[in-house]
Design a protein around this ligand. Structure first.
Ligand code: HMG
Ligand code: MG
Length: 315
């Protein structure tokens, strides 16, 4: 075990885990979409720039959804040019052709469609059945691929749903297969309301393996409602998953899912991965400073334990 440095964990690698993890940072999108007060566009742009400066290389910037559905992200057109040129990937959410048109017009090179494993959430979030939503995504994915744009397919409610309870694993596997069949380059398995536990994560990943869905196209997206997000991430790492979604400072929630709270905090993730000797390329001190700054903008402390422990300022 290495000697502890101030502000960094001791390093003690565990066998069988990946050497490197790519963090898909969702703070500017998932993190902010549920904020009640309007966050100024310049603050959002500064947030993205600071995240890039902290070493994050995939930063989900915003959503091209209907502005009435997510008013906080209605400024997507204004935000993009304000961010400026950054040497990082800036994926954006697009639910339909209209969303893709808007994203392509601004030069987006990575988009994400977002499906649901359950009928209740498909209805609440997309005003569609599960299969109608898949049909809505099909031309979006085809057009994006024809323009050489990378496509992520989110799948929400992979574990539990606030209206339907436990979600049967085969139901999740079916929609994962449909998203890959239509051409998505990667999938993100969403625990939208944070009810997964590590055994459940392993069960789903085993079932996806058995369905011949390759692990290297899978990412995990844990909300931290019950404090299980890190344990769930560890279970996913044990299965060879190397893409993990997280939100700086633990911001977040979904306006269309009762009881969705913030995502796994990026700082808590980086602390654990660093302790395991897993490389992420992230500078923890800069990231903590960014989340402390964002907490000031939002007027409330970050829920991240790591941000609280390492912030020099009283929040
Ligand atoms: P709809 O009402 O069925 O839309 O909503 P529509 O297709 O009937 O169109 C109605 C009007 O909206 C039309 O205008 C369209 O042009 C316009 P009109 O002709 O009446 O003047 N419209 C749009 N305008 C701008 N941009 C667009 C767009 N699309 C249609 N893209 C719709 C369907 C999908 C649009 C709506 O349900 C929607 O925007 N939903 C987004 C909900 C959302 O963003 N939720 C949060 C993200 S998902 C999430 O957080 C989960 C995740 O983090 C993973 C996890 O945690 O599980 C990803
Ligand atoms: Mg989410």
């Amino acid at each position: 075990m290495s000697t502890p440095e101030l502000g960094l964990p001791m390093v003690a690698p565990a066998p069988g885990l990946p050497d490197r993890v790519r963090i898909h940072e969702v703070g500017a999108r998932d993190g902010l979409q549920n904020e009640k007060g309007t966050v100024p566009t310049e603050v959002k742009a500064e947030f993205v720039r600071r995240l890039a400066d902290a070493g994050l290389t995939t930063i989900e910037a915003t959503s091209f959804v209907h502005p009435k559905w997510v008013p906080q992200l209605a400024d997507a057109e204004q935000l993009f040019p304000l961010i400026g040129d950054l040497p990082v990937a800036l994926p954006v959410l697009v639910p339909n052709d209209r969303g893709l048109d808007r994203a392509l017009a601004l030069g987006a090179r990575r988009v994400a469609v977002f499906a649901s494993a359950t009928e209740s959430f498909a209805e609440a979030n997309l005003n569609r059945t599960v299969d109608e939503a898949l049909a809505m995504f099909e031309p979006v994915v085809a057009r994006a691929k024809a323009s050489d744009v990378h496509v992520r397919g989110y799948l929400s409610m992979c574990f539990g749903d606030p209206w339907e309870g436990a979600v049967p694993v085969p139901q999740v596997v079916r929609v994962c297969g449909a998203l890959l069949d239509m051409g998505c380059d990667e999938l993100s398995l969403g625990d939208t309301i944070g009810v997964a536990t590590p055994g459940h994560v392993s069960e789903l990943l085993r079932a996806l393996n058995e369905a011949r869905i390759p692990t290297d196209v899978l990412g995990v997206h844990f909300h931290d409602t019950y404090g299980q997000a890190l344990a769930n991430t560890y279970a996913a790492l044990e299965h060879g998953v190397t893409t993990v979604d997280a939100s700086a400072g633990g911001l977040g929630g979904c306006p269309y899912a009762k009881s969705a709270t913030g995502n796994l905090a990026t700082e808590d993730l980086v602390w654990m991965l660093r302790g395991l000797g897993i490389d992420t390329g992230v500078h923890l001190d800069r990231l903590v400073a960014t989340s402390a700054w964002m907490a000031e903008q939002l007027g409330r402390p970050s829920p991240s334990r790591t941000v609280r422990a390492l912030s020099h300022k009283e929040q």
